[in-house]
Design a protein. Structure first.
Length: 173
């Protein structure tokens, strides 16, 4: 049985180890720790099986810069998502994302963006952000890979702009 819950302080070392193993490098684990230290408003959720952490997802604030409009819009960015390689195919990533999206909706989050596989994230309702006139801050993103899900459809309206992740993402090696 898989339990999905919000990260607790005791999970930090296991989250680091999982992300290092899944991504084969320290960058994502370092990013998570920097965000945890410097960024209020994170949503970090874990998946446990038999007391062991087998999955993790992190959401951090994203700003939709809307030139010519009064205010920028606030949302969240999904990254990273890590699932133990021996547990892939069990729906752990799906459970993490679905539960987190529900939490974010209850919190009043306007939208979530993700840079990832359109086939995978499309199953949650993500669609190409370009369909809404929203671009990614980074150049060279494959077509359709930068995606959005609107959790509050009335907020975006006709807004267009560039989604900007926290500075910690640009500091990745």
């Amino acid at each position: 049985m898989t339990t999905i819950r919000t990260e607790e302080p005791r999970d930090a070392a296991a989250i680091r180890a999982l992300n290092e193993k899944v991504f084969g490098r320290r960058d994502e684990a370092d990013l998570i720790e920097r965000l945890r230290e410097d960024c209020p408003g994170l949503l970090s959720m874990v998946a446990e099986q038999e007391g062991k952490l087998v999955g993790h997802v992190l959401f951090s604030p994203v700003v939709l810069e809307t030139p010519g409009e009064k205010d920028d819009l606030l949302g969240m960015g999904l990254a990273p998502l890590a699932v133990n390689s021996r547990r892939r195919g069990e729906g752990i990533g799906r459970k993490l994302v679905e539960n987190a999206l529900l939490v974010l909706q209850v919190r009043g989050c306007n939208f979530v963006v993700v840079l990832g596989d359109p086939d995978y994230y499309g199953r949650f309702g993500f669609e190409p952000a370009e369909n809404h006139g929203i671009t990614c801050q980074w150049k060279g993103v494959p077509e359709g890979a930068f995606q959005i899900i609107l959790l509050n459809t009335s907020v975006l309206g006709n807004s267009r702009g560039r989604a900007r992740y926290r500075r910690e993402f640009s500091e990745l090696a």
